[in-house]
Design a protein around this ligand. Sequence first.
Ligand code: 6R9
Length: 648
Amino acid sequence: MSDKIYDVPSAWAERAYVDDARYQAMYAASVEDPNTFWGEHGKRIDWFQPYTKVKNTSFDPGHVSIKWFEDGITNVAYNCIDRHLEARGDQPAIIWEGDSPDESKVITYRELSSEVNKLANILRNRGVEKGDRVTIYLPMIPEAAYAMLACARLGAIHSIVFGGFSPDSLAGRVSDCGSKVIITADEGLRGGRKVPLKANVDAAINQIGDDSVDHVIVVRRTGGKVDMVPGRDVYYDEAAEQVTDECPPAHMSAEDPLFILYTSGSTGKPKGVLHTTGGYLVYASMTHQYIFDYHDGDVYWCTADVGWVTGHSYIVYGPLANGATTLMFEGVPNYPTTSRFWEVIDKHKVTIFYTAPTAIRSLMQGGEEPVKKTSRASLRLLGSVGEPINPEAWEWYHRVVGDERCPIVDTWWQTETGGILITPLPGATRLKPGSATRPFFGVLPEVVDAEGKVLTGACEGNLVIADSWPGQMRTVYGDHERFEQTYFSTYPGKYFTGDGCRRDEDGYYWITGRVDDVINVSGHRMGTAEVESALVAHPKVSEAAVVGFPHDIKGQGIYAYVTLMDGVEPTEELRKELVGWVRREIGPIASPDLIQFAPGLPKTRSGKIMRRILRKIAEDQFESLGDTSTLADPGVVEDLINNRQNKR
Ligand code: 6R9
C-alpha cells in the first residue's frame, strides 16, 4: 500500500471536461435521478427514432431485466462512421501499426466507411441477416474493426474469439452461439511469429461438424498457404471485388444485441456475455470521452486486443462513436525491442496511452534506458486496466513513462460491465497509486460482508453494484438463468462483481482481486475449472486442482496440482507434456506455470477439494493454512508442502 497522493496538475484542472466540483455535481445528479441524467446523455449518439423511455431495470431475484432507451431506434455503425463523414471524412479514424516497425497505415473515416460497407455487403450476399451470429477470429488488423462494424451495420451479432485461443476453444464458442459464418485470416503475425488462424478454423469446424459453418471469409495477412474449401471459403479481397461500398444501416432497437463475448467464470464453460445496442454505445462513448478526456486532435492508443472487452469498448466502439483517432497495434511490447511502445508513441504522436499492469511490470525489468531514449513528449495521459496495479509499477509508469507530467487513470471494470465503472477523471481526481479511486457517473458501488450486510465508511469486503448503468450486460447468451444465478443470487437484488475491495476514509476504492475461482493471468481472466477440465481430459491424469499464485510479471500464475492415474510415473517429461496439452486444449494463456504431482488432494469428508489450503500452499503461506481438522486425510497436506514447486 502506498500513502502518496498526487494532486490534479493545474493545467489539467483547466483543460479537462470535468473538475472536482463538476464531478461531484454530475455524480450526485446521476444517482439521484438516473432517468433525467441518462435521458440527457443518451442524446450523445444519433437516433433514427428518439427514445421516450430511459431506464427500465430490475435486479429482483427471478425477474432480472435490464433495458435502457428501449423504444429508441439507432445503428452502432452509423454512429461510429456515417455521422462523422461530413466533418471528419479526411480525419484518421484508425492508425494501424503492424507487427514490424516498417508497416503502418492510416485509415480515414471516409475509407473506413467504404471498407465497412463493402464487408457488410460481402456478409449480406452470404445470407447474413439481423440477429445472425458471426464469429470473428482475426489478428489485430484493421479488418477486425471492419468486421465488427459490418456486423453492426447489418444488425448481425458478432462474437470475437481471441486469436490466441485453440481450435478447441474456438469450436466451443462457434457452436454455443451457432454462427454460420467465420471471418479469419490466413495467418496472424505477432512478435515475428506466425499464428495458423485459418488452419485452426479448419480444425474447429472439423470438430463441430462439416455442415456447421456455411462460410469462411479469409483475409490475406501473410500470404501463407492455406487450404480453401470450395463453396465454403472465400478470400476477402476477391469477395470485395464483387460488391459496392454502399450498404444501408439496419434500423436497430436499443435493446437489440450488438455482440457476444465469451468470458471465464468460476464454474464450467465460458459464458457468452451479451451486450446490446443503445445503452452500450452511450456508455462506451461517454466513458471514453470523460475518462481519457478525449479532445479533437488527440491520438489515442489502447494496447489491448479486440479479442477482449477492452478492445471492443476502447479501441473500436467508444473512440469511433466519438469521432476519435484510435491506434491499433498488431504486435507485442518487446518486438523488435523493448522500446517498441515508446517508439510507436513518438512515431504517431500518441497523446493518450492505455495499457495493462502486466506490460508495465515486464518492461520495468529492462530498466529505464529503453524508455528514456525515446521522447514521449506528445503524451499527456496514461491509463491502466485489467488487474490491480501495484504501487511500484504505478510509480514507474508515472515517473519513467509519463515523466511525472501525465496523470494515470486506473480503470476498474469487467467484460460484464461493458465500460469503466470505477476510475479517476484526470481533471477532477487526486490520485493514490494502486487505487481505482471513485465511481463514474451513474455507478453505485457498495462493499458488503459475506452475509450481504452493506458496510459503511472505511471497510473491506466484496464489491457489488446496487443499481443498473446503461453499459451493463443484459444476459448470458441463451441462458438467462445462469445470468441471474451468477450475478444476482449471491447478494439478492445486487450485481455481484466477483471482486474483493477495500474502501478508504476518503471513499476511494482499492480492488483487491477476485474472490471466486477466477484467476487473472496477465490481465486475462481464466477460470480454474477450465484448466482443470483440460488437465483431467489427459489420459494419464486422474484428478487436478488449479489455483493462482503471486507472479512478478503476470500478476497471477497458474499452479496445478495433478494426481496421476495408478501406475503412472511422475516425470519431468510428463510435466512438460501436460503443459503442452493445456496449451493445445485452451491456448497459450492457460499454460500452467507450475505443476505439482500430488498423490492426494486435500478433501473434506464429503469429497470436496479444499482449495483454500491449496491456495495457501501455492502462495507459500504454510503457517496460515487455517483449520485442517475437517480433512478426510490430514496427512496429504504435509506431502503437498514438502513437494511444493518453486518459481523458476
Ligand atoms: C476490463 C477487463 C475483469 C476483472 C475484474 C478485476 C480485474 C480489471 C482492474 C481490475 C483491479 C483494475 N480488473 N481492471 N482489478 N484494478 N483497474 O479487464 O475485463 O477481462 O472481464 O476482467 O479484471 O478482477 O473483475 P475482464
